[in-house]
Design a protein around this ligand. Structure first.
Ligand code: ADE
Ligand code: ZN
Length: 332
C-alpha cells in the first residue's frame, strides 16, 4: 500500500509559499541576504519554534523575513515544487502573500516573476504544474486587502489563478472583505478563504454568505452544523483539508477526533493538503499516508480525493482535464 500511495498522482490546493521554506533554506537565504533571523525562530530539534496559533503566525512572519529578491522567491518555489514532484504531486496551487514580500522591500512584479521562474523551472525539470493564489492577510485589515486585490487585478499574470485570505480568523469580519473578494471575482479570479479552522461553523456560514468563494481553507469545524454540511454539498463548496496542520495546531487532539471521515461520508468535496509543511512536520504525501492509516482510506478513496482536488482546482480547463485523466488512468 505504501508503494501504491507513493505512485498515486496527487494534488495540493492549500500551501502557503512562505510557509514551505525549510529551516536550512531559510538560513541559507538569510545568510546570502545578510539578514539575521530571530534567534527564537529555531527549536533545538532543528525545526521551527512555536507553541500555539499566534506564535505560529509570528514564526511564519519571521521565516518570511529572510527574503529580499525575486530570485529568493524563485528558489523557494522551485524547492517546494521539487519536493512535491518527488511525491508524485502533479499539480500544486500555492498561496503567496504580497504583504510579506512588501515587508522585505520586494515589489509585486519582482515577487511574481521570481515565482513564475520557479514554476517554469520545476515544470521543465519534474513535469509538475504549479499555480499561484494571491492572498491578503486578514489581521492586516480590509484596507490592506484592497491594496492586494487591486495590485493583483492591475497586474495580471497567467500563473495567478485565484485570490484568497489567511491570517487570524478572529480579526475583522468576513463581511468587511466582501467588496475586496467581489473585485477579484469580477476580474475572473476564483476565490477561497480560510474559515472554520480556528473559529466555528458560523465563520463558514459567513464565508459562503458574504464571499464569492468556491472553496474554503480548512472548514473542518463545519462538521458541527449539519445544515451547513448540506449547504456545502448543495453549493458544491470544496474544503481544503489539512489534517496534520489541524493536529499540530491542536484544533483536534488526535487523529481519532479529526472529522475528515465524517466530512467524506457527507459527500462534501475535499482535498488533502500540507498547509505549512516544515512547521507541521508534514508534506502532501505524508498527509495521504497518514489519512490512509488513521482514517482507513484505501487507494481508490485516495485516488478519488486526487480527482476531487483537481476538479476543485483553479487551473484552466485544458490543464484540468489533462490531469484529471492522468489521475483516473492510475492503476493501483
Ligand atoms: N497562514 C499560514 N498558515 C495559516 C493557517 N493554517 N491558518 C491561517 N493563516 C495561515
Ligand atoms: Zn492555510
Amino acid at each position: 500500500m505504501q508503494e501504491q500511495i507513493h505512485k498515486l498522482p496527487k494534488v495540493e490546493l492549500h500551501s502557503h509559499l512562505e510557509g514551505t521554506i525549510k529551516p536550512a533554506l531559510a538560513q541559507e537565504i538569510a545568510q546570502r541576504n545578510d539578514v539575521s533571523l530571530d534567534s527564537n525562530l529555531f527549536h533545538s530539534n532543528g525545526g521551527y519554534a512555536w507553541s500555539d496559533f499566534p506564535s505560529f503566525l509570528t514564526a511564519y512572519d519571521n521565516v518570511s523575513s529572510c527574503l529580499r529578491l525575486g530570485k529568493d522567491y524563485g528558489d523557494i518555489t522551485y524547492e517546494y515544487l521539487k519536493d512535491c514532484a518527488k511525491e508524485n504531486v502533479v499539480y500544486a496551487e500555492t498561496f503567496i502573500s504580497p504583504d510579506h514580500a512588501a515587508e522585505c522591500g520586494i515589489s509585486y512584479d519582482e515577487m511574481i516573476s521570481g515565482i513564475a521562474s520557479g514554476i517554469e523551472d520545476a515544470e521543465r525539470d519534474f513535469g509538475i504544474v504549479g499555480r499561484i493564489i494571491v492572498t491578503c492577510v486578514r489581521h492586516l485589515g480590509p484596507e490592506q486587502g484592497l491594496n492586494v486585490v487591486q495590485t493583483m487585478v492591475d497586474n495580471p499574470h497567467p500563473y495567478v489563478v485565484g485570490f484568497g485570505m489567511g491570517g487570524d480568523e478572529n480579526a475583522y469580519t468576513l463581511e468587511e472583505f466582501a467588496d475586496i473578494y467581489n473585485i477579484a471575482k469580477k476580474a475572473g479570479y476564483e476565490c477561497t478563504v480560510h474559515a472554520g479552522e480556528i473559529c466555528g461553523p458560523e465563520s463558514v456560514w459567513d464565508a459562503i454568505n458574504y464571499l464569492p468563494i468556491s472553496r474554503i481553507g480548512h472548514g473542518v469545524n463545519s462538521i458541527k452544523d449539519n445544515e451547513l454540511m448540506n449547504e456545502l454539498v448543495q453549493r458544491n463548496i470544496h474544503l481544503e483539508i489539512c489534517p496534520g496542520s489541524n493536529l499540530s495546531l491542536s484544533i483536534f487532539p488526535d487523529w481519532d477526533s479529526h472529522p475528515l471521515p465524517s466530512i467524506m461520508n457527507k459527500a462534501v468535496s475535499i482535498s488533502l493538503n500540507s498547509d505549512d509543511p516544515p512547521f507541521f512536520n508534514t508534506t502532501v504525501g505524508q498527509e495521504y499516508y497518514d489519512s490512509a492509516k488513521h482514517f482507513n482510506l484505501d487507494i481508490d478513496e485516495l485516488k478519488r480525493i486526487s480527482v476531487m482536488a483537481m476538479k476543485a482546482s483553479f487551473a484552466n480547463s485544458k490543464i484540468k482535464s489533462r490531469l484529471i485523466e492522468e489521475i483516473q488512468k492510475f492503476q493501483s
